[in-house]
Write a protein that binds this ligand. Sequence first.
Ligand code: MG
Length: 260
Amino acid sequence: MENTSWKARLWGMVLLFALSITVVEAQVKTQVIAHRGYWKTEGSAQNSLASIRKAAEAGVYGSEFDVHLTADGKLVVFHDDEVNGLKIQDSNFSDLSAVSLANGEKIPTLEQYLDEAKKWKDIELIFELKSHATPEREDEAVRRSVEMIEQQGLASRTTYIAFSLHAAEAFHRCAPDAEVYYLNGDLTPEELKSRGLSGLDYHFKAIQEHPDWVKEAHELGLKVNVWTVNDRAVMQEMKNLGVDYLTTDLPEEALEVIAE
Ligand code: MG
């Protein structure tokens, strides 16, 4: 008799534990990341100093930005490969420094951008390194990026992302404690795990094609970010799938959908 009740209690505990895991699994709260900062708002521009300020003011989890290494070894924050006929990575910073962004700011150096970021302590930095011409240039860009993030005391707030698998793996080697996500949409969660990466940061269509990847990633201890989700129905769909992060040009709308 005593033995039976002991077993029943044990099974009850096992059941409770399983239930609590299920509840935790279902409660993944999707966090919002402003794509190129919060730029679709007055006075802002993509990858501008204003864009990280406005992302922080909107209360999002993180702000994404794009980084290139110039020919003369300066890290700059800018999205496109070219501006006014100048290839960013083949130009010296002095040739780019006159270029104005849509809100009148100049192209920020990474250092200027991080100086602004330091004023907004609650926002995570989602650092995209653009692909560079050769593996050697990428290694150089990764090394300088990690060095600057660490010098500025921002390592604990920074996540690295890259389309280049070479660059993503270089970040993992150079900053083994940092979270590193791969953007290109073509590797399974298992393949990313085996390369030591923290998760996938894929176009939402890749996740619509492979919705099982969200659960597979979570079971492997990886996280899932999706870009660039600007449609409310897709925001809802991604939230229901339980993605960890949603990258969007419309952060205020995404925050509403997540809160619904
Ligand atoms: Mg980007």
